[in-house]
Design a protein around this ligand. Structure first.
Ligand code: PEP
Length: 249
């Protein structure tokens, strides 16, 4: 069976002291959680504080982005080996905000996944349609094309190490969650794309997380769907009580 992943994407929130205070409150609240992987992704500068505070606990720490080259004249960028050298274990790749504001494409997503895997990071790769694409009935076309260009070129061994997050852009930070049925249909479609490219075993093993206004009062319905294997959570991951209740739902 697939172990669920509950990952918090803090975006550009919290200082280093706030990061430590959050983790000190979260750690005891999730210590007895059922089998699941628990990940917090703070901004780059607060990774060391988070890694220190979460050491020897069930919580693992991830970055929100990385650059695909190891080093060089790329002002402002951070590489995969730099992240692993400080004990970072996960990385979010291709979040819709990175695609929208920072020019990320399926091609850069693919390069970043490969760089992350080479360094031993566990990537959470985001895909999802925009509102106008859903309204034009193009959800499967968009997901299919993001999968084909950003994920399908991976080797099977590389693919086996990634998680995918289905994040409909219209549901991110808007309070509009996809209904469990809408999310389940997209997850089902993605799993069939995986099956077509990587086979039955890979499709059965891949964790596909849902993201988009996940809250304590809607996680139960989402996680009850057989193809939904966890959540990538923005707003509701900023408060330790609410994130703990997502982990412990
Ligand atoms: C996200 O940032 O990935 C996200 C899903 O945000 P929110 O939960 O706030 O919609």
């Amino acid at each position: 069976m697939r172990t669920p992943v509950l990952a918090g994407n803090w975006k550009m929130h919290k200082t280093a002291p706030e990061t430590i205070a959050f983790l000190e409150r979260l750690i005891p609240m999730v210590a007895g959680a059922a089998p699941r992987e628990i990940v917090i992704c703070p901004p780059f500068v607060n990774l060391p504080a988070a890694i220190g505070a979460a050491r020897a606990t069930r919580i693992e720490i991830g970055a929100q982005n990385l650059f695909w080259l190891k080093e060089g004249a790329y002002t402002g960028e951070v590489s995969a080996p730099m992240l692993t050298s400080i004990g970072c274990q996960w990385v979010i790749i291709g979040h819709s905000e990175r695609r929208q504001y920072f020019g990320e494409t399926d091609e850069t997503v693919l390069k970043k996944i490969i760089a992350a895997l080479e360094a031993g990071l566990k990537p959470i790769v985001c895909v999802g349609e925009r509102l106008e694409e859903r309204e034009a009935n193009a959800t499967e076309i968009v997901l299919g094309s993001q999968f084909a260009s950003g994920i399908a070129p991976l080797e099977p061994g590389q693919f086996s190490k990634i998680c995918i997050a289905y994040e409909p852009v219209w549901a991110i930070g808007t309070g509009k969650t996809a209904t469990p049925e809408i999310a389940a249909a997209a997850h089902h479609f993605l799993r069939s794309e995986i099956r077509g490219r990587f086979g039955d075993e890979a499709a059965a093993a891949c964790r596909i997380l849902y993201g988009g206004s996940v809250k304590p009062d809607n996680i139960g319905g989402l996680m009850a769907q057989p193809d939904i294997d966890g959540a990538l959570v923005g707003g509701a991951s900023l408060d330790p009580e609410s994130f703990a209740s997502l982990v412990n739902h």
